[in-house]
Design a binder for this molecule. Structure first.
Ligand code: PXG
Length: 290
């Protein structure tokens, strides 16, 4: 595997960063997780745009233009002969001193890993997930805003540990007011009486690329959408529920906190949206090989 680091392609064994990189020392940096389907990088422009927004929010200057960064992602897929899979794009604060002041880090590092992806087992797409709500609340928007896709994922990891301890694959995280924020690596959607709901960004959700794609699919299919605050009561009484994320795509949820959601099987609106989503992944995105 060849890894892109600051303009060079390095063999995996030589692809290393300094122990003084503030990405390691403090989780100071931002990242994206991007999918390739059928020789195209899906929503690459949108991922790059979100990366620059995350960077701006933490006053991190990405040392290349968005166009060059997009090209570097395509080049990394080509260098690895990949037409399907997953790109992990990371910008760290870079090498600094032992002290958290980011001004001590003169040069941010850009790292691009292109690899294959480990998906949820197929049975979860057929049968739906069982999940729980966990005690760890999502970060406050005024602390580490969940809209920033930062290298600081401990909040999510704590929730994931709670999910693991409960024997489930994902966890609903509430915000400090008790409204649904999102899951540890996925956005949350509910279907109720033919309408599609997802929490607003202000509730502590990531501006998910898959979230936006699904909202867009719904709108073009004439399914009404809204982004209200949602409680666990709304979750328990939904007709259908699913999660969205670059890794998961759209995965149905059939049980939450011991309550059966809707019929207890993946629902018809979820199925229609999933089909529309898959159609887009076939034709949209930046071409890898000509
Ligand atoms: N919320 C959180 C906290 C996430 O980390 C999403 C929502 C969904 O966003 P997208 O833009 O992917 O639709 C994410 C995405 C990984 C990995 O390797 C994590 C994500 C995506 C891809 C890979 O852990 N998280």
């Amino acid at each position: 595997m060849k890894v892109y680091i600051d303009g060079e392609f390095l063999e995996e064994a030589h692809a290393k960063v300094s122990v003084f990189d503030h990405g390691l020392l403090y989780g100071d940096g931002v990242f994206e997780g991007i999918r390739m389907y059928h020789n195209r990088i899906f929503k690459l422009r949108e991922h790059i745009e979100r990366l620059y927004w995350s960077a701006k929010a933490i006053l991190l200057e990405i040392p290349m233009t968005p166009a060059d960064l997009m090209k570097a992602c395509v080049d990394t897929c080509r260098a690895n002969g990949l037409r399907e899979g997953y790109i992990r794009l990371i910008v760290t604060r870079g090498k600094g001193t032992l002290g958290l002041d980011p001004r001590r880090c003169p040069k941010p590092s850009v790292i691009i890993i292109a690899s294959t992806i480990q998906l949820y087992p197929e049975k979860y797409y057929r049968e739906g997930l069982t999940i729980v709500t966990v005690p760890t609340t999502r970060n406050l928007v005024n602390s580490v805003n969940p809209a920033i896709k930062s290298l600081n994922y401990l909040n999510n990891i704590l929730a994931r540990i709670e999910a693991n301890n409960a024997g489930v694959e994902e966890a609903i995280m509430l915000n400090s007011e008790g409204f649904v924020a999102e899951c540890t690596g996925d956005n949350v959607f509910l279907v109720q009486k033919g309408r599609l709901f997802t929490p607003p960004l202000s509730a502590g959700a990531l501006y998910g690329i898959t979230r936006n794609t699904v909202l867009d699919c719904a709108q073009s299919m004439g399914i009404p959408t809204a982004e209200p605050n949602l409680t666990r009561y709304d979750v328990y009484n939904a007709d259908e529920m699913f999660l969205t994320g670059t890794a998961a795509e759209m995965v149905p949820v059939v049980k939450v906190d011991g309550r059966v959601i809707g019929s207890g099987a993946p629902g018809p609106v979820t199925a229609r949206l999933l089909e529309a989503f898959h159609e887009r992944t076939k034709v949209e995105g930046e071409l890898i090989f000509d």
